[in-house]
Design a protein around this ligand. Structure first.
Ligand code: GDP
Length: 430
C-alpha cells in the first residue's frame, strides 16, 4: 500500500490534475505542490462551485489535509496572497495550521514578469508560448544563484543587498529589450509588506514532508503542467522551466525516495496542448474544433484556446516511462460521447519504420506520420457516471483496450468536471 502518491500529467498539461488531486486529497494527510508557479491553473469543481487554484495546492479544499508549497515552486507573493484571500472569503480555512510555504522558495518579482513579456515579444514567430508570469526568469535566477528567496522578504537589509547586487544587470537587459528599468525601492518596499503577511506561513517544509512520511501518513505530491512540458524530458524548447516529472517530486521537496510510492499519471481521453511546439496528433480541422468547444479547452489561467487532437499512444508510453507511472486516471471521457468512432494514434510512421514509443527528439522529426486507428465510439452522454456498468459498452471497451495496450491499470475514469463524476475502478491509495 503506497503511502505516497505522486500525481503527474502525462501529456502537455491541463489533464485534469486539479480534480484528481482534490479527489485523492480526501484521504491524504499532506498535499505537496513541488514545482511551477502561478502559471499553473488547476480547476476544481466542488458542489457546483468552480475554484481555480494557481499556487495553493488543490488539497486545500479537504479540511483535514495539511498543504505545502515546496522550495522548488517559484512564488509570486502578491498573487499567492490574493488567492489565499479568495479562498478565505469562500469559507476555506487558509491559516498557518493548514498551509506551510518553503522559506527557500524563489520569489517572482516585477522585473521577472517584465523580462518574460519583453523576451517573448522579441522572439516574434519563434515564441515559446510563455504565460508572461515571470516563471522562466525567476527559475533562471534560482539556477543562476542570484535570486531572492521568500526568507529574504522578512529581512530588509538582506533584500536590499540582494536587489542592489542583481538589479544593474537586470536593468541593462530590460533596457536592451526596449523596456523600462526598475529601481530598488519600488520592488523592495511592496515585497517587504507582502513578506510580513507571508511570514507566519514560512517554514522548512522538507521537515514537514519528511515527518509525515516517517509517520506512515498519506502524502500526495501534486505537479503542475505536464510531462511533455518538463524542462529536460519534454518537447524542448517549447517547455516550462521546471522539472515536472514524478521522480523529481522527492528531490524538489527535500525528502528521499519512498520505498512504496505510487505514481498516478493523468491523461485526457484525447490530447491538448497550449502554445507553440510540436503536437503530432493535432487536428486543426473540424474535429479539433469540436473537441475544443465540447471539452471547454480554453486555459484556466490565460483563457487561451488549447490546440486539440487525438490520443497519442507513443507519446503516452514515453511519459509512462519517464515518470515510472504505476496507474492512470483517464479524464474527460464524457467529452468523446456522440462520436461513432474515436480516432486513436497507435504508432508513429517514418517511411517504412513504425515506432510505438516516442523519444523526445522524434516529436519534431521530419516525416512523422501518426497512424490513426478508429476505435468504436458511443452516443450516450456519460455525465456523472460513477460505475463502469453505467458506461456504454463501447466506452468500457475504450478504457479496457487502452489499459491493455499501455500495460498500466486505469484506476480512475473521470466522466465530468465535478468531484463526484468519477468511476473509481480501484482506489489509488489501496
Ligand atoms: P489541470 O491543470 O491538469 O488541473 O487541468 P485544468 O484544470 O486546466 O483543466 C481541466 C479542466 O477540465 C477543468 O476545467 C476541469 O474542471 C475539467 N475536467 C476535469 N475532469 C473532467 C472530466 O472528466 N470531464 C469534463 N467535462 N471536465 C473535466
Amino acid at each position: 500500500m503506497p503511502n505516497s502518491l505522486t500525481i503527474v500529467g502525462v501529456q502537455w498539461g491541463d489533464e485534469g490534475k486539479g480534480k484528481v488531486t482534490d479527489l485523492l486529497a480526501h484521504d491524504a494527510s499532506l498535499v505537496v505542490r513541488y514545482q511551477g508557479g502561478a502559471n499553473a491553473g488547476h480547476t476544481v469543481v466542488v458542489e457546483g462551485r468552480k475554484v481555480v487554484l494557481h499556487q495553493v495546492p488543490s488539497g486545500i479544499l479537504n479540511p483535514e489535509a495539511f498543504c505545502v508549497v515546496g522550495p522548488a515552486v517559484v512564488v509570486d507573493p502578491d498573487t499567492l496572497l490574493d488567492e489565499m484571500d479568495t479562498l478565505d472569503l469562500a469559507g476555506i480555512n487558509v491559516s498557518p495550521d493548514r498551509l506551510a510555504i518553503s522559506r527557500q522558495a524563489t520569489v517572482v518579482l516585477p522585473y521577472h514578469k517584465r523580462l518574460d513579456t519583453l523576451r517573448e515579444a522579441a522572439r516574434g514567430a519563434g515564441r515559446i508560448g510563455t504565460t508572461g508570469r515571470g516563471i522562466g526568469p525567476a527559475y533562471e535566477d534560482l539556477f543562476g544563484r542570484t535570486g531572492v528567496r521568500l526568507a529574504d522578504l522578512c529581512d530588509a537589509d538582506r533584500l536590499f543587498a540582494r536587489l542592489d547586487a542583481l538589479l544593474p544587470e537586470r536593468n541593462a537587459v530590460l533596457k536592451f529589450l526596449g523596456g523600462e528599468s526598475m529601481d530598488r525601492n519600488s520592488i523592495a518596499l511592496p515585497a517587504l509588506a507582502l513578506g510580513a503577511r507571508l511570514k507566519p506561513f514560512l517554514r522548512d517544509t522538507g521537515e514537514v514532508v519528511a515527518r509525515h512520511m516517517a509517520e506512515g501518513r498519506n502524502v500526495l505530491f501534486e505537479s503542475a503542467q505536464g510531462t511533455l512540458l518538463d524542462v529536460l524530458h519534454g518537447t524542448w524548447p517549447f517547455v516550462t522551466s521546471s522539472l515536472t516529472v514524478a521522480p523529481a517530486a522527492f528531490a524538489l521537496s527535500g525528502v528521499g525516495v519512498p520505498a512504496h510510492g505510487g505514481v498516478l499519471g493523468i491523461t485526457k481521453a484525447y490530447t491538448t496542448r497550449v502554445g507553440s511546439g510540436p503536437f503530432p496528433t493535432e487536428d486543426t480541422g473540424e474535429y479539433g474544433e469540436w473537441l475544443r468547444q465540447k471539452g471547454g479547452e480554453f486555459g484556466a489561467t490565460t483563457g487561451r484556446p488549447r490546440r486539440c487532437g487525438h490520443l497519442d499512444l507513443p507519446a503516452l508510453r514515453y511519459a509512462l516511462r519517464v515518470n515510472g507511472v504505476t496507474a492512470l486516471a483517464l479524464t474527460k471521457m464524457d467529452v468523446l460521447s456522440g462520436l461513432s468512432s474515436v480516432p486513436v494514434c497507435t504508432g508513429w510512421r517514418f517511411g517504412d519504420t513504425v515506432i510505438d514509443i516516442a523519444t523526445p527528439d522524434l516529436f519534431s522529426a521530419p516525416g512523422l506520420q501518426p497512424i490513426l486507428e478508429d476505435w468504436p465510439g458511443w452516443a450516450a452522454p456519460l455525465d456523472g457516471a460513477t460505475d463502469m456498468a453505467d458506461l456504454p459498452v463501447e466506452a468500457r471497451g475504450y478504457v479496457e483496450r487502452l489499459e491493455s495496450t499501455l500495460g498500466v491499470p486505469i484506476q480512475l475514469v473521470s466522466t465530468g468536471s465535478g468531484r463526484e463524476s468519477t468511476v473509481v475502478r480501484s482506489d489509488p491509495w489501496a
